[in-house]
Design a protein around this ligand. Structure first.
Ligand SMILES: Nc1ncnc2c1ncn2[C@@H]1O[C@H](COP(=O)(O)OP(=O)(O)OP(=O)(O)O)[C@@H](O)[C@H]1O
Length: 342
């Protein structure tokens, strides 16, 4: 447990994401691995095929309340199929799901009450205005007319859609549609949020607002599962990560190796020539260094090597102005997994 920060102390660095490892679960007693009675999203031995295509073949993980969990995987890995099953829109062939304790197969209404879902495209209702859409969704969730209207007004302000609130939603830009999609997912104050590429098309301000909203939602005890290919965004937002590939959650040795894959460090010096010279004289192999203008990208296996290199460069008098990992943990692991698969 970390010690409480003393007053005036600098903010602690965010902890690295926790990588969900299904192999840590005893295969002889799979039900000991995830507790179906736990809150949040619990997925146990989930399977779904389309004819001969095994879209989801063995998924087990727990997205915990109070945390933002990233769902990461290449095209065709089974993310959308999984999300459709979580949202009670597709029946699994085998396995179990609980969303805030509810089973989407037996009690889809309870799941829809507990969950807000933001698919990657807003979908139909293009002739309705954002206000009409939010009121209608509120009414579908059983909110009384007055409450649905007030909630719609509140969300329109939060989504900064005031000027477009009464225009047909087809005139909304991609980013505005995304903001409306998120507002729609939040109408009934769900405890669980399921988001597919929520940051796509968002401008930098809207991305910051999204991050704050999701962190606030999780801090208040909500569960967030985000599927995205935007790994740098996920590195900013997610505390936990579930990697999927070919219908399975990736774990065990493959995940450990991917997490140990070399990571590029971005290094910039006021004098780039002095930097190049010292890298060569320290003995950093040429194939470990890429130059992008004045910036050197150096592949290093361990953080200790980065610390050692920085110390040597500074001791040699190189005027370093930037020395940091070029990618976050999630992106590095994904690239490690993709590298191992090629
Ligand atoms: N309705 C369907 N009928 C047949 N095959 C399907 C169907 N839905 C998905 N699949 C197949 O299942 C696999 C998983 O697809 P899915 O859409 O879940 O992947 P994904 O991880 O969401 O991919 P992406 O990142 O490209 O969105 C793919 O091979 C896909 O072709």
């Amino acid at each position: 447990m970390s010690a409480p920060a003393s007053p005036g102390a600098p903010e602690p660095l965010p902890a690295s994401p926790v990588f969900v490892d299904p192999v840590a679960i005893d295969p002889a007693r799979p039900h000991d691995g995830v507790d179906l009675a736990a809150d949040g999203i619990v997925v146990d031995g989930l399977r779904r095929s389309f004819g001969g295509v095994h879209a989801v073949r063995a998924m087990t993980f727990h997205a915990k309340p109070g945390r933002v969990t990233g769902l990461i995987g290449p095209n065709g890995a089974g993310k959308t199929t999984l999300m459709l099953m979580l949202a009670s829109l597709l029946a699994p062939d085998a396995g179990a799901i609980r969303v805030a304790g509810a089973d989407p197969v037996r009690d889809p209404r309870a799941v829809r009450r507990a969950m807000g879902w933001m698919p990657d495209v807003l979908g139909t209702w293009r002739t309705l205005s954002p206000r009409q859409i939010l009121v209608t969704v509120g009414r579908l969730h059983g909110l009384p007319e007055r409450v649905a209207r007030d909630r719609a007004d509140e969300l329109i302000v939060q989504a900064r859609l005031e000027e477009l609130a009464n225009r047909p939603s087809r005139v909304l830009s991609r980013g505005q549609q995304q903001r409306l999609g998120l507002a729609r997912a939040l109408v009934h104050r769900p405890r669980v949020l399921l988001l597919d590429e929520p940051a796509a098309g968002l401008d930098p301000t809207s991305r910051l607002e999204l991050r704050e909203l999701l962190r606030g939602f999780a801090t208040a005890g909500g569960t967030v599962l985000i599927s995205s290919h935007d790994l740098s965004e996920l590195d900013e937002i997610a505390q936990d990560a579930v990697f999927v590939d070919r219908g399975e959650v990736v774990g065990g040795e493959r995940l450990v190796l991917a997490r140990q894959a070399a990571r590029e460090w971005r290094v910039r010096a006021l004098d780039p020539r002095a930097l190049s010279y010292q890298l060569a004289s320290i003995g950093v192999a040429f194939d470990r260094v890429r130059l992008e203008g004045d910036v050197a990208l150096i592949a290093l296996d361990r953080e200790e090597h980065a610390a050692d290199l920085l110390q040597r460069l500074v001791a040699a008098g190189v005027p370093i102005v930037h020395f940091a990992p070029a990618v976050g943990d999630i992106e590095r692991t994904y690239l490690g997994l993709a590298g191992g698969r090629r």
